[in-house]
Write a protein that binds this ligand. Structure first.
Ligand code: SF4
Ligand code: SF4
Ligand code: SF4
Length: 998
């Protein structure tokens, strides 16, 4: 079964580590540039050892296998909290874990538990890791002396912990010298000194057999205080171990946890009272800790607490299989920090605290600065960037600790806890549930994708123009933008930027500010582009007409004219750009942008006729033109949810148009309500707020803020401008003075993952001078019928994939195609139409890929490095050139980027994978790298137990292989059934990556 991990034998582990280092300048995928070395004089002292950093790996997937420990160490982790062991292990444990078991899409969740290996195998991994880290430290010039620490983690009850299996584990970790694996590792290293440049026999012999002198106790939820104390006493008094006990966030109490999570946007996270009722209570915890600390102090051992365990919640939105999962990451951080404050206050800052609940680059310095150390991470390492993130964290705190624990600064900790709820980094991102996946299937080969480019409806070549912009080549960058984008200036100010929603950096520090980067290019280069622009010659005697000079109409006209087709645009109004000019508030889009983009079309040679109401006659125009594009927009009133209406009730579009025409000068009274949660609602609210005499504007929405369809930044801007959000209210009537709304509550999650608003049966009455209904504009579909077009669902014109209607040569684009959409979607409709028309005319279109590679050196430098502040063009990760996200996020190093046939490809290592699912979460395609990528199997049995395409080397030049068509066969490398791509990968492994054959 491919979910079973096969540990790498020690000799192969060392061979892999050294060969990869020598030939690829990386170790288990961590590039040499990302190795961390403490360059200061300062060292953290704990449990009698000096270590190179107070940052470490939390007990979990990153400390399960020896290679994980090595990857974490070279990148900067020094406090290794080894994956928990308990009596239930191996096959029995694996049987209890549903797959996938990790979901780190935003805040983290997992449903894994203790080690999936047997306790014996786990022990062997820790011993192998112990030796390998000693070798890595000196051989790679990281540290002359071992600057790391292994901390045991065991669970979960007294009987299990004192059983021969776990007791033997603890004894062997305390002193490994008599264990077979310890002897084997040492023997192998002594016999293989020629593999190394900086390791000699004396060094190998100096490697201590005391692998761990400390332990962290994990107990199950509901474990009674007496049991916890009994186990801890056993560790301290019998096993003589430095002891930390792991506490649960439930110490805060149900109400505090619920309100903190609700306040931070995690209202959808569901849990009940059961763990709060069953878990250790705060008063008991204090008494218990006092007693244990006294006992440990008495015999010179360290005692402290680990804060916190993950938080058990119900699975309600299909995050993982099963019923319960454990929450971690940014949603856990506020809980853990509040527990820390409570505990530290009770012990006046004198109790050592090790922290792990949602620690990341942005808070490690705060925690360490408050005197909390070590700080261990897991969720952060499972996000793109992976282990390489550790370097930045360790560098950040390098000079902050010197020597042992000196006490927790309560004032500093109080400040951290007091501000955490208001910190945007830990709040739920609005719209995060919409997901970052593209719609594309994951290809077996050549899978790298730039999510920004591939999700943009017009295929803006984002990484390419960002690379040019970062290099200061603005004119070239603008030319790349203008290749696909007919409205560069307008979209640089108000594009809904789907590119940013999918940006890989979202999982680092926040999406790259693509739109701002475009705006910087536009401001520097559009005028000069316009100066040089001239209408290209006509290449056809056919003529096109466009009805409507909104974004879709202008886009279609520009694309066609640029490619040599004569185009005339008829517009009913006096000015171009439709909704953008007439409705979108002037504080969002500038006159300058409108002018520049109109000029772009005009100078390209598009003819415009304004005030052409009579021209809106499909039959008449069809007589004169060969092609017609109808782009008349969505201007019909929305269906107002409020039953009664006074004259103070307005439709959003009418309001926005009138308000724009009079420069926000409308008399709306003092209190205004806007019904709706989309971008138009935000525009209305912000416009109303600017109107004279208006004191208060409230957005009334039937769900909660996190479920609003508006762009996150529009919501943020509205909030910043003082707009009130009245959530969970569904308006039912308005009499011109009082708005009556039904109070709602969030019910179960629907199929889209959004919790449904459910009526409580209660109503609320609120005084408003004006109510604006902003629940979506409609299309006047009657016009299609009058024009003789076949119509389909909801009266929209029936269209094919190229937006052709039932009338020959007549196309539909923009908001009138399927209702109000985004500007780029309107342009995309037109792009498809232009491509179709040009094809029919036998003309080649000029949409082409700009070849602007970002240097691989820059990409490597940027990987795993989180930014302070906003991310500009110089932070682009060049995903289309070097994705490798599946390699970074795999804790087990089971996805490897190799060069095969001159191209980068992803090779999946069957034996190292436990199907945790983490790579599937972050792969931009729909697909699972651990199932869908070419797989290298360790042996025939593993091959037979899998359906993955891939191969196993059988020896004697033979291979067992499953090809792209699912055909299984034995054969040589030249077998005709092997594709060139697969052959290139086989050759690459055999010749360049032999160390992967384990
Ligand atoms: S990091 Fe760059 S290439 Fe990757 S998605 Fe973001 S903008 Fe696009
Ligand atoms: S390859 Fe993917 S599923 Fe397998 S262990 Fe790695 S991250 Fe998990
Ligand atoms: S995550 Fe891996 S499999 Fe997915 S596109 Fe990136 S490199 Fe390919």
């Amino acid at each position: 079964m491919s979910e079973i991990m096969t540990p790498i034998p020690f000799d192969k582990l060392i061979y892999w580590m050294m060969e990869e280092y020598k030939s690829k300048q990386s170790v288990f995928g961590v590039k040499k540039e990302k190795f961390y070395k403490n360059g200061s004089e300062k060292r953290f002292q704990i449990f009698g050892r000096y270590i190179g950093s107070p940052i470490g790996a939390a007990a979990g997937p990153n400390t399960q296998l020896a290679q994980n420990l090595v990857a974490g160490y070279v990148a900067g982790l020094r406090f290794m909290e080894l994956k928990t062991v308990q009596v239930m292990d191996g096959e029995e444990m694996r049987g209890c874990i549903e797959r996938p078991c990790i979901n780190m899409a935003d805040e983290g969740y997992n449903c894994e538990w203790s080690t999936e290996l047997t306790v014996g195998e786990a022990y062997a991994e820790y011993v192998k890791g112990w030796f390998a880290l000693h070798i890595a430290a000196r051989e790679f010039g990281i540290s002359e002396t071992p600057d790391f620490l292994f901390n045991m983690s065991v669970g979960y009850d007294y009987d299990g912990i004192t059983s021969p299996k776990i007791d033997g584990f603890i004894n062997n970790m305390s002193d490994a010298k008599d264990s077979r694996i310890f002897k084997e590792c040492r023997k192998f290293l002594l016999a293989s000194l020629d593999l190394f440049e900086n390791i000699d026999a004396a060094y190998v012999k100096s490697i201590e057999s005391g692998i761990s002198a400390s332990i962290t106790l994990s107990t199950l939820h509901g474990c009674p205080p007496e049991e916890i104390e009994r186990i801890a006493r056993h560790f301290i008094s019998v096993k003589k171990l430095h002891t930390f006990i792991k506490l649960n966030p439930t110490l805060l109490g149900y109400d505090a946890v619920r309100s903190l999570l609700d306040e931070m946007g995690y209202g959808y996270v569901m849990f009940d009272h059961r763990h709060f009722d069953a878990d250790l209570k705060f008063v008991d915890a204090v008494v218990l800790i006092e007693r244990l600390k006294k006992e440990a102090d008495g015999i010179g051992l360290a005692f402290g607490v680990k804060l916190t365990n993950t938080f058990p919640v119900m699975i309600k939105r299909g995050e993982l299989p099963g019923e319960f999962m454990y929450m971690s990451g940014k949603a856990l951080y506020p809980l853990s920090i509040h527990v820390a404050r409570k505990i530290c206050l009770a012990f006046k800052g004198k109790l050592p605290v090790s922290f792990s609940g949602g620690a990341d680059y942005y808070n490690v310095d705060k925690l360490v600065g408050a005197g909390i150390a070590p700080v261990t991470v897991a969720t952060a390492l499972l996000k793109p960037g992976g282990y390489a993130r550790a370097k930045q964290m360790s560098e950040k705190v390098e000079k902050m600790v010197d020597g042992p624990f000196k006490g927790v600064d309560l004032e500093v900790l109080d400040k951290i806890a007091g501000t955490v709820a208001g910190d945007e980094r830990y709040r739920k991102r609005t719209g995060a549930g919409r997901g970052r996946k593209l719609l594309s299937a994951l290809p077996l080969y050549d899978c790298f994708a730039a999510p920004c480019r591939d999700t943009c409806p017009i295929g803006q070549q984002v990484p390419e123009y960002l690379a040019l912009a970062a290099a200061g080549e603005y004119e070239k960058a603008f030319a790349v933008i203008a290749l696909d984008n007919p409205l560069p200036a307008v979209t640089s100010e108000i594009c809904s930027h789907a590119c940013q929603d999918k940006c890989t950096r979202t999982d680092y520090d926040g999406p790259l500010e693509v739109r701002d980067a475009k705006n910087a290019v536009v401001r520097r280069a559009q005028e000069s582009f316009l100066e040089k622009l001239a209408a290209p010659p006509l290449r056809s005697d056919k003529k096109a007409v466009v009805i409507g000079a909104g974004p879709a109409g202008i886009a279609a006209a520009l694309y066609l004219r640029r490619n040599g087709v004569s185009v005339t645009v008829f517009e009913r109004r006096e000015q171009p750009l439709g909704v953008v000019r007439y409705l979108i508030p002037g504080f969002r889009v500038s006159e300058e942008a409108l002018r520049m983009d109109f000029e772009l079309a005009e100078k390209t040679g598009v003819q415009f006729v304004f005030g052409a109401d009579e021209a809106y006659n499909i039959s008449a125009l069809k007589e004169k033109y060969d092609f017609m594009i109808i782009a008349t927009g969505a201007w019909a009133k929305s269906a107002c949810p409020v039953r009664e209406g006074g004259e103070n009730l307005m439709d959003a579009l009418a309001f926005l148009e009138q308000s724009k025409a009079c420069g926000c000068g409308m008399d709306l009274g003092r209190r205004v309500a806007v019904i709706g949660g989309g971008d138009v609602a935000m525009d209305c609210a912000r416009t109303a707020k600017r109107s004279p005499g208006v004191r208060k504007v409230s957005v009334v929405y039937r769900r909660t803020r996190e479920f609003m369809p508006a762009q996150e930044e529009e919501i943020t801007l509205a909030l910043r401008e003082g707009i009130e959000f009245l959530e969970l209210l569904s308006p039912v009537s308005y009499d011109g003075k009082t708005l009556t709304a039904e109070k709602m509550e969030l019910g179960e999650a629907g199929p889209d993952g959004r919790r449904k608003p459910v009526s409580t049966g209660k109503t609320v009455r609120m005084p408003f001078d004006t109510v604006i209904s902003a629940v979506g504009a409609r299309v006047d579909t009657e016009a299609f019928r009058r024009g003789g077009l076949e119509t389909g669902e909801r009266g929209y014109a029936a269209l094919d994939d190229s937006n052709r209607s039932s009338l020959a040569g007549v196309y539909i684009a923009g908001d009138c195609r399927l209702g109000a959409a985004t500007i780029v979607q309107a342009a995309a409709d037109s792009k498809a139409i232009a491509i179709d028309i040009l094809k029919r005319l036998g003309l080649k279109n000029d949409f082409k890929r700009a070849s602007v590679p970002l240097g691989l050196k820059e990409i490597t430098e940027r990987r795993g490095v989180l930014a302070e502040g906003k991310c500009g063009a110089d932070k682009c990760l060049g995903c289309g050139q070097a994705c490798e996200v599946c390699c970074e996020v795999c804790p087990n190093r089971a996805n490897i980027s190799i060069i095969a046939g001159g191209k980068p490809q992803i090779l999946h290592m069957d034996g190292l994978c436990n199907e945790c699912g983490n790579c599937a979460t972050f792969c931009p395609h729909i697909g699972k790298p651990y199932k869908d990528k070419v797989t290298l199997f360790g042996d025939e049995e593993a091959f037979r137990n899998s359906e993955n395409k891939g191969f196993v080397f059988l020896g004697g030049g033979k291979l067992l292989l499953r090809n792209e068509n699912g055909e299984e066969f034995e054969g040589g490398e030249d077998d005709a059934r092997i594709s060139d791509e697969m052959r290139a990968m086989i050759r690459a492994v055999r010749e360049e990556y032999r160390y992967l054959i384990v």
